[in-house]
Design a protein around this ligand. Structure first.
Ligand code: MG
Length: 250
């Protein structure tokens, strides 16, 4: 099932994709998945981020190839950082190039969407708390990341957390091809089988620290091949069996 949030005739709505159409849901799919009788065509809607998380919990250095590229030792526990809720961005919306950086980077990531409140969840139970998976771009001001001792500034500008285009609820995340295209050129290519810490482990690990709320998003880390973007570029995160998340730099 592909769940989405969208604008239609100046209203925000929730839906599920069926063929070329969207079946409108009675309410937010985080509350219940009740189909209404109305359907809208895909061409008539404007996609929004499928959820509005209270927080993005992000994992640094979670692909072996990226850890090597950044000349970092492999972590024995996940390295976590947060992006604020205000960094949220939507499919096809602009990512703004802030004047404070000269090195704006993309990071293609598998994003885990939490479906219900999770605290001290066991790894074996983690699946029950995951609503599904979507694409994410952990946009980063790389020069500021290097300069600052921690990563808050470099990761937190408004528009630095695009997610979407929808949540796929029925996939096994253990072996999905993940790619990043910059102006249609492949810049990152890997598979989620190369993740050091897997989604179920991350839900358990993070929920032992902070309560995960419905709609919260875990960004699972990026493979090797991170690199710069410039104003005018089009950037797409493509994950097998999920979809494509595209944004333009402004
Ligand atoms: Mg990242």
């Amino acid at each position: 099932m592909k769940l989405l949030r969208f604008r239609f005739q100046d209203e925000t709505k929730f839906g599920v994709i069926e063929g070329n159409e969207v079946v409108v849901l009675e309410e937010d799919f985080l509350l219940s998945i009740k189909r209404s009788s109305s359907r809208v065509s895909f061409d008539e809607i404007e996609l929004l981020s499928p959820v509005s998380p209270s927080k993005f919990i992000c994992v640094g250095l979670n692909y072996m190839d990226h850890a090597n590229e950044m000349k970092e030792k492999l972590p024995d526990e996940p390295v976590l950082f947060l992006k604020p809720s205000t960094a949220i961005n939507h499919p096809n919306y602009p990512i703004y190039y802030p004047p404070q950086t000269k090195e704006l980077h993309y990071e293609a990531e598998l994003a885990v969407v939490i479906g219900k409140t999770a605290k001290n969840v066991m790894i074996e139970d983690a699946k029950n708390y995951i609503l599904g998976y979507t694409c994410g771009n952990d946009v980063t001001a790389r020069d500021l990341q290097r300069k600052d001792i921690q990563w808050t500034r470099s990761k937190s500008f408004d528009s630095f957390a695009p997610i979407g285009p929808w949540i796929e609820t029925e996939i096994d995340p253990s072996s999905l091809d993940i790619k990043l295209l910059l102006n249609d050129e492949i810049k990152q290519r890997s598979n989620t089988s190369n993740l050091i810490f897997k989604p179920d482990f991350l839900v358990s690990f993070i929920s032992s620290i902070m309560t995960l709320l419905p709609g919260d998003v875990i960004m699972t880390g990026t493979p090797s091949g991170v690199g710069p973007m410039k104003v005018g570029d089009s950037v797409s995160v493509v994950i097998e069996n999920i979809g494509t998340l595209t944004n333009k730099i402004e």
